[in-house]
Design a protein around this ligand. Structure first.
Ligand SMILES: Cc1ncc(COP(=O)(O)O)c(C=O)c1O
Length: 347
């Protein structure tokens, strides 16, 4: 066999993608990373690399709707049994792990309820049960949360969000410190053809240069807006891990560097008022994405989580009137003005 330079075909390796992989691994405090065309392609590769028919996995009850759809409507057809549990409930988690599982998949904070799972505790319980622990770190990024330091085996990202940060690409990543797991991910990625393309990888490398600065500004803006919403008479509930009223405030303080950039809230008047709010904003954009420079507003029950069965949505706390705000990098005074005028239209 001849000696190649390490790059023979871009479905297996590509120099720009490798540069992104090295950067992401370093940011998470690891050495090994594989990048994918989307976050869901990363989740798909994870499953194909680790699961066989008849295997079981335990998944957080409140996760991104596409993750639920993948397990319920795709992998279920291949006899993979996914049990969705409230992973923030120690007893429920321990109970679910009593039956053998290949891995535990947690998303924390969860999209969109911001429910927090204690990563250290969950990873310890998973390890004791012989299961790998996988953490979806999309909502906080390594700038605000460090899952490997808390015992995780694999970190998953939708780089589409804060990692790239400008609403310009889609992409995903699997990061690990375990060479054997990494080999499996590489094999699955090549076998199914799910690698990231070089141009979005290059854009993602540009975005990463400002990641810590952006995450700090997103967080500062978010706490100001969360306080504004809390004081607003048209808002009945505000969920933000940086607020003292957040039920898991202490865990958030311990596990996360800040409250993050995502706020969930309910408007007086339920779904109708929520729809009026979303149609009245001028600066915030109505979109499915999160993690962009622009503030994005979403109605999870009809958008990101529409494919999650209604009973699971309710169990996960995704009420019909819940609004999700991905707070951007704008001047917070402008955002507050916009939200204030839109909220006044909900009466
Ligand atoms: C937390 C989380 N994980 C994974 C994904 C899937 O990523 P992608 O849209 O890049 O496939 C999303 C998408 O919204 C997400 O919010």
């Amino acid at each position: 066999m001849g000696h190649d330079k390490g790059f023979t075909y871009s479905r297996s390796h590509n120099p720009t993608v490798s540069a992104l992989e090295a950067r992401l691994a370093a940011l998470e405090g690891a050495e090994l990373c594989t990048c994918y065309g989307t976050g869901l392609a990363a989740t798909t590769a994870l499953c194909l690399a680790l699961l066989s028919a008849g295997d079981r996995v335990v998944v957080s009850q409140a996760v991104y709707g596409g993750t639920v759809r993948l397990f319920r409507q795709v992998f279920a057809n291949f006899r993979v049994d996914a049990q969705f549990v409230d992973t923030s409930d120690e007893e429920a988690l321990a109970q679910a792990l009593r039956t053998p599982a290949r891995f535990l998949f947690i998303e924390t904070p969860a999209n969109p309820t911001l429910n927090i799972t204690d990563i250290q505790l969950a990873s310890r319980l998973a390890r004791a049960a012989g299961a790998l622990s996988v953490v979806d770190n999309t909502l906080l990024t390594p700038a605000l949360q460090r899952p490997f330091e808390l015992g995780a085996d694999v970190i998953l990202h939708s780089t589409t969000k804060f990692i790239e940060g400008h609403n310009a690409t889609i992409g995903g990543a699997l990061i690990t410190r375990d060479a054997e797991l990494h080999e499996r991910f590489l094999f699955a990625r090549n076998a199914i053809g799910a690698i990231q393309s070089p141009f979005p990888a290059w854009l993602t490398l540009q975005g990463i240069k400002t990641l810590p600065l952006r995450m700090a500004r997103h967080s500062q803006n978010a706490i100001r807006i969360a306080q504004f919403l809390t004081d607003h008479d048209r808002v009945t509930k505000v969920i933000y891990p940086g607020l003292q009223s957040f039920p898991q405030f202490e865990l958030a303080q311990r596990q996360q560097k800040t409250g993050g950039a995502i706020i969930a809230f309910e408007v007086a008047g339920g779904v109708e008022a929520g729809i009026r709010l979303m149609n009245s904003v001028r600066l915030c954009a109505l979109a499915e994405n999160l993690g962009a420079a622009e503030t994005l507003i979403t109605h999870p029950a009809s958008m990101t989580h529409a494919d999650v069965p209604a009973p699971q949505r309710q169990a996960a706390g995704i009420t019909e009137g819940l609004v999700r705000l991905s707070v951007g990098l704008e001047d917070p005074a402008d955002l507050i003005r916009d939200l204030d005028q839109a909220l006044s239209n909900t009466k």
